[in-house]
Design a protein around this ligand. Sequence first.
Ligand code: ZN
Ligand code: ZN
Length: 481
Amino acid sequence: MADMQEYKCLSCGGGLEFNSAVQKMKCPFCDTEFEMSALKAYDEETKTAGASDMKWDVQSSGEWGAGELDGMSVYGCQSCGGEIVGDATTAATKCPYCDNPVVMKGQFSGALKPDYVIPFKLDKKAAENALSNHFKGKKLLPRVFSSQHHIEEIQGLYVPFWLFDTDADATVRYKALKKKKWSDDKFNYVETSSYSVLRQGTLGFTKVPVDGSTKMPDALMESVEPYDYKDVKEFQSAYLAGYVADKYDVDAEASIARANERVTKSVESSFKKTVTGYDSVTPEHTAVSLKGGKVSYALLPLWLLNTNWNSEKFVFAMNGQTGKIVGNLPMDKSAFWKYFMMWFCGGAVGAVVLQILYGLIANGSVSLTVPGIVGAAVIGLLLSFFVTSGMKGQLKTVGMQARADSYEKANSLKMRTNRDTFLFTKVEKTPKPQASTASASATDTSTATAKPATKPATPVKPPAQVAKPGARPGQTPSQKK
Ligand SMILES: [Zn+2]
Ligand SMILES: [Zn+2]
């Protein structure tokens, strides 16, 4: 006995035993059978998966040269505490965050000099136009909002960003499932085959941005992404003329966690594209190591528009390079219910009319039943819910980005391990609803009660399938970390 290794059931976690009759490892608790080779391979994969190692070089070269800070002043907002930097030509007067007056606090000194800047491409007029387009076609936006809201000042603001460049080498293990369905006279069967899928490879990232200002809502900034780095320039203070710049108050170290999160999610999603032929694929373990992780500091252009309406604050932001505009909008509740009722009535009446027509064509008579009317109401409800949800969705354009797909280096995905290991199969068996038997009539309720809900004494062999005896219905594979 060289190998005294104990294996746990991958379905329920119980201890496995060798079953000499089938020459496989078998779980005494849930009867699932395993090939020894699959258990060994899975064990190997979970042991060698490793942990993430995501380190970055945060040393920034940015030193201000002689004279570069001349004429640049810091302005502070007494209302919200926001601080911005502007040059002599800007003469900042309003706080871009809250619209209150700002006062000069003195000469700007130090902090870090940005490495890069993407200069503004779109002007104030473009921002105004984008905002009125932003209101168009949104059926639930209160009509008076566009005319009553008052944008005091639209401000062009350079937002501080930390940009993360790296090559990621990653190992991702996915749990993948294949499902097969069939039925016989009495039962429906679902066979679920579980696989452990291992992917190893590399993927490069260019300048994944993380917002370095606490004043700027992260969700708003991630919503105006992506910025296009084809226009990125070495920073020069001349680019600030006419605009103000926010000072970073979240340092590079503190922004790493967010960058790592987006890189990891992107790796999982890009590697997943190579996992095909399954009904579901979920990442179970991901280990990412970074090579040449470098952080730089940049200013990216943004038009910020604040407005108050009905004593509520609304913020809109437009990407100063691409023109993408975002900002959540208020909802007109009476319009919501108007559309809701309209689609509800339309859907329900439509469904009733269809039933009447069907009755006339099939039987030559109007056959409208109570379940039929209830069904029509449900259809109306679903339809109105679906349509109004879509309308509501138009009003909400701000949200965090899960991944960093836009910053993946083109053609940098290189896979070196593609291994799919079959683990086990389970068959779930559920009694068929009696209504679907051949004699569909009003009398079949009496026969339904005669049938026990539990499985019959004799196991039913599915045609052309590997029968898994004793797989209990309702049992699902246990979640693993
Ligand atoms: Zn088990
Ligand atoms: Zn303010």
